[in-house]
Structure formats: structure tokens, C-alpha cells
Design a protein around this ligand. Structure first.
Ligand code: ZN
Ligand code: ZN
Length: 364
């Protein structure tokens, strides 16, 4: 079928709205009419080719929409169902079997390969191959082919236009707190880096009953937002030493920290701010090859560092859980969103890169 898609044709080039041809769903695939698609930092990284994804390609990996058609073997969803789309995993490797699809051994090939697992492409334009299957989806388009495995059924009484960012950014920040750190009621947590991921973490910390929530950033406006979303304290780490400040605020160190910047200096601060036995979750993605220094004595005192991908979650379980919290008014993530039409995708990308937009959502 003919669809509308935002195609990136060259490294660092613009998104170009084009008409391309999308395959019919294979037996395990689901055709989704996209209602909205979140724009995530990883889409922009892919456009810059920091991830070597074949071009011309269609990105977009946080979708929400209505199932239009399903392949012959699909049982999870049927036409008319509302779905959010999340990352793809193989389901058969050791970590998938252990319920940790975020660490699937096939993660790179399935999410960044530009093709289906069998090597075929889902899109073309005339004779030209258009690479898709980005995170098993490619949602910067009017329609996307996803697999049954990464289509998450969502309730139909919540507007689809707000649900797309659930599939990556929101579940990453919230899952870091709820699934990885498993922050206990009454505990203390510091979140380094206040973007949409950091704010999702703060909302999740509030929902989890953390009583001291410290937001750290170098931009005053972001710190103000951290407060609005539930931070009890804020620290401008451009002005004061956040480690000393956290020790002062907590009387010796904090139980949990989350690093959402990918900066090795900030990561060190997040580890050094911990109390003995505390845990630091690392969410921020640093370029390949970047190393971080830590003092070995710090780790010896029972401190733990945990890497977090996609909020350590099983999207089929976690996204409905977050939607339920939203419906109860305990996870107001919709306040992060700013809407654009798909035609305005270049503007949305620019405003996201400049930090003017927390979470851009595109509507075809
Ligand atoms: Zn796997
Ligand atoms: Zn993402």
C-alpha cells in the first residue's frame, strides 16, 4: 500500500515527506494506522548515523495507533484495537527467556538493522529500497508494520495521540525507578538530567512514594519543571557541587540516583552521591568508547551501579500499568508533550535539539 513517510536520505540530512510503498503484513506482523509518534533522541542520533543504520530510512520508534490489518498468525490484537509500539526483542535468547528483553542478544540487529529479522525490507519507492523496521516499527509515517511481539495493546478510552511516547522515553525513565531501582516508599532519590526521561523518573518516584526527590540540572527552567513534577529539592550543578549538596540535604548520602545525561562526569557525581549500600541507575547513553572514572573504595562500600535500557520493562505489562497510573492522576506525563504535524518534523527535531520542546509528538 502507499503510505506517507518522513524519509532521511543522507547523513545529517533533513526528514523529507514522501510517498512510499509499504508491504502487506507477514503472518506475524501487524499493520498500524499511526495516530501519533514520539520523537526521541535516538531518532536524531540515527539521523546523524552515530548508529550505523542504512539509508534512505524511516525512523520513529514510539508509535500509537489503530490496528488496521493483522497477519495470519497474530492472536494478540485484531483490527480496530488500539496499540502502542515499543522496542523489538527475539523472545528466544537467554535474557529474553529470563524476562529481560531489554538485554536481548539480538537487540541491535532487530532494532537498528533497517530490515525484518529475515533480512527483507518493508518499504520501497519504485525500485529503491527504503530501510525501515526501526525498533521493529518506523513510525514517522501514516502507517507502520510492526510485529505481534512489539505491538502493545492499550485501552481505547485514553487518547492515542498522547500514548506514543510510552513506547520508549516515558517507560525508560519511569521503569528505571519502578523496575530497576524498585524505589521504596519513604526512600530518597536524586535524578541527574531533567529532560523527558528525568521528569518521567521524578513522576515515577512520586508515584512510588519516595519522600525526598532531588532534581539536578544546569538549566534553571528545567529545575523549575522538576519542582512542578514533584521534586522536593533542586540543585543547579552548574553553580554548586551536587555531591556536597546532596550529602548536606540527606545527611550523608542518598539511597538511589539516576544518571540521565550520558556524561561521564555526571555519572561519577551520581555514584559519589550515594549512601553506603545505595544504587545508581545509568540511563544516559554515552558515545561508544567513552570511559568513566570511579573510586574503587566507593564501590567497596556496598554501592551498586545498574545499567538501564528501555526501563528494564516488559512493555506489554508495564505500559498498561503506567496508563492506569495516568488515569488515576498519579502519572501526568501528558504535560511533557508538545504536538506537531508530521509535516513539521524538521521543526520538531530542531526544537527538541535546542531543548525548547521536552517531548515532541508528531501526528500524520
Ligand atoms: Zn532475545
Ligand atoms: Zn527512544
Amino acid at each position: 500500500m502507499k503510505i506517507k513517510a518522513a524519509v532521511v536520505r543522507e547523513k545529517a540530512g533533513p526528514f523529507v515527506i514522501e510517498e512510499v510503498e509499504l508491504d502487506e503484513p507477514r503472518p506475524n506482523e501487524v499493520l498500524v494506522r499511526i495516530a501519533s509518534s514520539g520523537l526521541c533522541h535516538t531518532d536524531l542520533v540515527a539521523r546523524m548515523q552515530f548508529l550505523p543504520i542504512p539509508l534512505p530510512g524511516v525512523f520513529g520508534h514510539e508509535g500509537a495507533g489503530i490496528v488496521e490489518k493483522v497477519g495470519s498468525q497474530v492472536t494478540k490484537v485484531k483490527p480496530g484495537d488500539h496499540v502502542a509500539t515499543s522496542f523489538l526483542s527475539c523472545g528466544t535468547c537467554t535474557m529474553c527467556k529470563r524476562g529481560k528483553p531489554c538485554w536481548c542478544s539480538e537487540f541491535r540487529r532487530l532494532n537498528f538493522g533497517g530490515r525484518r529479522p529475515d533480512g527483507s525490507a518493508t518499504m520501497k519507492k519504485g525500485r529503491e529500497t527504503i530501510y525501515g523496521s526501526f525498533f521493529g516499527q518506523s513510525t514517522f509515517a501514516s502507517h507502520a508494520l510492526v510485529t505481534e511481539r512489539n505491538a502493545v495493546k492499550v485501552p481505547s478510552d485514553v487518547p492515542l495521540e498522547i500514548l506514543s511516547p510510552m513506547g520508549c522515553g516515558i517507560q525508560t525513565g519511569a521503569g528505571g525507578v519502578i523496575n530497576t531501582l524498585q524505589a521504596k516508599p519513604g526512600s530518597s532519590i536524586a535524578v541527574f538530567g531533567i529532560g523527558s526521561v528525568g521528569l518521567s523518573a521524578i513522576m515515577a518516584a512520586v508515584a512510588s512514594g519516595c519522600t525526598q526527590i532531588i532534581g539536578i540540572d544546569i538549566v534553571e527552567d528545567r529545575l523549575k519543571l522538576a519542582r512542578e513534577f514533584g521534586a522536593t529539592d533542586i540543585i543547579n550543578s552548574g553553580k554548586v557541587n551536587p555531591v556536597e549538596q546532596i550529602q548536606k540535604l540527606t545527611g550523608g548520602g542518598i539511597e538511589y540516583t539516576l544518571e540521565c545525561t550520558g556524561n561521564p562526569k555526571v555519572f561519577r557525581q551520581a555514584v559519589d552521591s550515594l549512601m553506603m549500600g545505595g544504587t545508581c541507575g545509568l540511563i544516559g547513553v554515552a558515545p561508544v568508547g567513552v570511559e568513566a572514572n570511579l573510586e574503587m573504595q566507593t564501590i567497596l562500600d556496598g554501592r551498586t551501579i545498574k545499567g538501564i535500557v528501555e526501563g528494564d520493562c516488559i512493555s506489554d505489562l508495564f505500559i498498561p500499568q503506567l496508563i492506569e497510573l495516568y488515569k488515576k492522576g498519579r502519572f501526568p506525563f501528558d504535560r511533557l508533550l508538545k504536538f506537531y504535524s508530521l509535516d513539521q518534523i524538521n521543526e520538531a527535531a530542531e526544537e527538541s535539539e535546542k531543548g525548547k520542546t521536552l517531548k515532541a509528538v508528531l501526528k500524520p
